[in-house]
Design a protein around this ligand. Structure first.
Ligand code: ADP
Ligand code: MG
Length: 256
């Protein structure tokens, strides 16, 4: 799979809000088959960066290329259709629906027959539905949700719900996965488990991962490459151990 995945090339991306430059000519490249982390103190521009990459915000200037596609002019569903999936906060999950149905909703864009046809129980749609169910069960197993397929998401512990978010993004069969603070709000045991799961998504499924994260310790454990933002500017970019020792990076985090 990584062979079919192009790099994500972020070039000189600037985002201005009224009177404030949230991102200032930021560049970095997410290489295929790697975990790339964007880190920085509060207000550094991480969420803004994430929102530009997923088509939620429009860059003021600059470009984001994924293969032959220019992402900066696309809307969120168009970015997703290119194989770039993002997680949303749990509010975007349907708490009353079982895990299985939440994952099926993640496959919506892949459903050729569509929900109308499957609602009418047309034979082709039924076959497609069975294939989707089988794949959803596989993905649930992979992220450790096998036992929870029939459980309403809202009744599961928080750490497990975060796995459902990840599984739903995987259900879209992405080439590149965008994760916004995947361990936020988790205890230390859950953080370690999530970090291991992210590494296994890369290794076993061959999916590239870009994650935006505040927790530097977590990033050092799993990222292949790290880009550090501070006040909207890129202040460092390199392998984790190099970045961690960079005086500019230490200074930015101490200044918090
Ligand atoms: P981080 O996620 O690293 O904490 P953000 O990207 O959320 O940082 O914010 C970067 C800067 O941009 C902050 O000063 C924030 O107040 C500002 N900002 C973010 N989103 C908006 C917005 N929609 N409108 C105006 N200012 C914003
Ligand atoms: Mg943020």
């Amino acid at each position: 799979r990584p062979d079919g995945t192009p790099p994500l090339e972020v070039r000189d991306v600037t985002v201005r809000f009224a009177g404030l430059t949230a991102l200032d000519a930021v560049s970095f490249t997410v290489e295929p088959g790697t975990v790339h982390a964007v880190i920085g103190p509060n207000g550094a521009g991480k969420s803004t960066c994430f929102n530009v990459l997923s088509g939620v915000y429009r860059a003021t200037t600059g470009s984001v290329r994924f293969g032959t596609a220019e992402l900066t002019s696309l809307r969120p569903h168009e970015v997703a259709a290119l194989g770039v999936a993002r997680t949303f906060q749990n509010i975007a999950l349907s708490p009353r629906l079982p895990v299985r149905d939440n994952l099926l909703l993640g496959r919506h864009r892949l459903t050729r027959a569509g929900f109308v046809a499957s609602g009418l129980r047309l034979p082709g749609a039924r076959r497609e539905e069975r294939a989707h169910l089988a794949r959803v069960a596989e993905i649930a197993e992979f992220v450790g949700l096998g036992a929870h397929l029939a459980s309403p998401v809202g009744l599961l512990p928080y750490g497990v719900q975060k796995r459902v978010e990840l599984a739903r993004a995987l259900a879209m069969e992405p080439k590149l996965l965008l994760l916004d603070e995947p361990v936020a709000g988790m205890n230390s045991g859950e953080r370690v488990e999530m970090a291991e799961l992210i590494v296994s998504v890369k290794r076993s499924l061959g999916i590239s991962i870009l994650l935006v994260e505040h927790d530097m310790g977590m990033v050092m454990r799993l990222a292949d490459r790290v880009t550090v933002l501070d006040f909207g500017k890129r202040i460092a970019d390199g392998p984790p151990d190099e970045v961690r020792a960079d005086p500019k990076v230490i200074g930015a985090y101490l200044g918090e």
